[in-house]
Design a protein around this ligand. Structure first.
Ligand SMILES: [Mg+2]
Length: 285
């Protein structure tokens, strides 16, 4: 979107983080760590980069976004409500009986492109959408957000080969590289090694970025496609639980639910000024 500046996006990310914590605390369910690690990526895409129209969610020329790490849904739903794809009141039904807002997204929700949550499928779906765009001579782009634990799924690498084969420079994969998954550190559960080199060896143009630096994220997203005829992989270095100091980088907060005392501490921290854009992982990029 034109006219959206970085400070607006940073403030929006704070607001979304507070809502993530609210939804999870009040519903007693959810995935807090991965939702907080991917917040800045989602905010940058939805408020600055994606060509979308909430009044017409199935507009044929829209950019497509697929949340392949489908469990990180609370920030996603909050953004869809904030932009008007769904009613804000509906957020209160999250994970309640008969609600559309289940723990993993489905296409029953306006703005959601694919049912996800069974990991490893989002990129294949994205390949199909990107290939269809090329065949139809459309100029939309397809963005797929994956987890780093999800990189252990073999189907991702089939899709990666396919995207290169069909020269899908309208496809952008993003890895939320928070270095943790449900069972612990990714390098302990299924070591990824040099993830950048792996994606490059599959023919993708790889860009590494601090996934909490919105200015960097905007610059990178606006530079896509980085190389003509090549899909782009954005390796976003993040911190699981980002924004709440006492849960950051702690694997048990993959889907732990805060106590009332922890909830109060979380909201207090998230209300603090300038807490969101710390440069403490800059050296990892
Ligand atoms: Mg992870």
């Amino acid at each position: 979107m034109e006219g959206i500046d970085i400070s607006f996006l940073e403030n929006k990310a704070k607001e979304i983080r507070r809502n993530i914590v609210d939804m999870i605390y009040h519903s007693g369910t959810g995935h807090i760590g991965g939702s907080l690690s991917s917040t800045d990526i989602l905010v940058t895409l939805y408020y600055k980069i994606l060509r979308i129209d909430p009044r017409n969610p199935v507009w044929t020329d829209r950019d497509r976004f697929i949340l392949s790490k489908g469990h990180s849904v609370e920030g996603y739903y909050t953004i869809l409500a904030d932009l008007g794809f769904i009613d804000r009141e509906e957020l209160k039904t999250y994970c309640k009986f008969n609600s559309r807002l289940t723990g993993h997204p489905t296409v029953k929700i306006p703005g959601v492109e694919a049912n996800t949550g069974s990991l490893g499928h989002g990129l294949s779906l994205g390949v199909g959408m990107a290939l269809a765009g090329k065949m139809d001579k459309k100029d939309y782009k397809v963005y797929v957000l994956m987890g780093d634990g999800e990189q252990a799924e073999g189907s991702i690498w089939e899709a990666a080969m396919c995207a290169k084969h069909y020269k899908l420079d309208n496809l952008i994969g993003i890895v939320d590289r928070n270095k943790l998954q449900i069972g612990g550190p990714t390098e302990y559960v299924m070591s990824l090694g040099d993830l950048s080199a792996k994606w490059a060896s599959f023919g993708w143009e790889v860009v590494e970025v601090n996934g909490h630096n919105i200015s960097q994220l905007v610059t990178v997203f606006e530079s896509v496609p980085v190389k003509y005829n090549k899909p782009t992989l954005i390796l976003a270095h993040t911190v699981k639980g980002k924004g709440v100091s006492f849960i950051e980088d702690k694997p048990e907060w993959h889907h732990k639910i805060p106590t009332s005392e922890e909830y109060t501490r979380m909201i207090r921290e998230l209300n603090q000024e300038d807490d969101n854009v710390r440069e403490d992982i800059g050296s990892a990029v």
